[in-house]
Write a protein that binds this ligand. Structure first.
Ligand code: PPS
Length: 309
């Protein structure tokens, strides 16, 4: 398996070990991004996709990996073995990610792939390289309710040793509300794509809908991609992309990224995969304070988020 420059992620991370730490955030047009991304920003902004490339955009922890797996299976007519050809970040490169060498950047991986490519991003809409819109690329956006998204991000920041230290839970909630986490404000992120979804032909999905009725959402993605697969294949894709199946799939559960970056002994990447886990984390006071602020930040839009299904 080659993940750029002929090294697997494990080998590259092993070699880069001395240069890995919790990277500070540097604002790019007001959005806090890891320093390696900020330092390479011009090459990200100048990226030119092929019109056939697909962008899967999310705020971190909203259901990216799940959607990448569904799309890959749809593109391979439900062939499980074909979708085990490489781990998720190799099959579907992360556009803006930059780490110390020799870890391959997203752009390195994309350079070595032929279109159509399945490209992941967490960039807010105003930072998506303009060539995606010029070339009328298809874009799938997945949104997850703020409270579950925040809980998932907190656990991720505990185990991802290259993201800033999450600090105590109470303070983490405030950082989320103030847009201080990597990739900025959740509120602006979900609103930005929502406002542009019709004009830019963005398929706007909800994590909660995917949990409630995965078959319906897989079919929705299939139609958007102008694909046609049989009912039997749809059933297989739903099965293969269940939380349980993906959790045990080494090509989808991020076990490819070893402990100096993802320390899964702290928290698994495939952690719980539920709607409503926020109730196990927020105190009634935290929930009230969060809801009041949410009303204020979301008052001008009506995005149908659900915190339970
Ligand atoms: S990342 O790092 O931003 O790409 O993470 P992302 O993939 O967006 O989000 C990770 C969360 O999605 C959950 N997940 C799933 N839930 C349900 N079904 C499936 N198949 C699935 N795959 C991933 C994953 O468990 C993380 O959520 P939490 O709540 O932390 O479990």
């Amino acid at each position: 398996m080659s993940e750029g420059k002929g090294l697997s992620y494990s080998e590259a991370i092993e070699q880069a070990k001395g240069t890995l730490y919790r990277f500070p955030l540097i604002p790019v047009r007001g959005i806090p991004l890891m320093n390696h991304i900020a330092n390479n920003w011009d090459s990200v902004w100048d990226f030119r996709p092929d019109p056939s490339d697909l962008l899967i955009a999310t705020y971190p922890k909203a259901g990216t990996t799940w959607t990448q797996e569904i799309v890959d299976l749809l593109l391979h007519n439900g062939d499980a073995e074909a979708c085990k050809r490489a781990p998720t970040p190799v099959r579907s490169p992360f556009l803006e990610i930059f780490s110390p060498p020799p870890i391959a950047s997203g752009l390195d991986l994309l350079k070595n792939m032929d279109p159509p490519r399945m490209i992941k991003t967490h960039l807010p809409i105003q930072l998506v390289p303009p060539a995606f819109w010029e070339n009328k690329c298809k874009v799938i956006y997945v949104a997850r309710n703020a409270k579950d998204n925040l809980v998932s991000y907190y656990h991720f920041d505990c185990m991802n040793k290259t993201q800033p230290e999450p600090g105590p839970w109470d303070g983490y909630i405030r950082k989320f509300m103030q847009g201080e986490l990597a990739w900025g404000s959740w509120y602006d992120h979900v609103k930005g794509y929502w406002k542009e979804r019709e004009k830019k032909n963005i398929l706007y999905l909800f994590y909660e809908d995917m949990k409630e009725n995965p078959r319906r959402e897989v079919e929705r993605i299939m139609r958007y991609l102008e694909l046609s697969v049989s009912d039997e294949v749809i059933s297989r894709i739903v099965e293969l992309t269940s939380f349980e199946k993906m959790k045990e799939n080494p090509m989808a559960n991020y076990s490819c990224i070893p402990a100096p970056v993802f320390d899964q002994s702290i928290s698994l990447f495939m952690r719980k995969g539920e709607v409503g886990d926020w109730r196990n984390h927020f105190t009634p006071e935290q929930s009230k304070m969060f809801d009041e602020d949410y009303e204020e930040q979301m008052k001008k839009v009506n995005i149908p988020f659900r915190t339970r299904i």
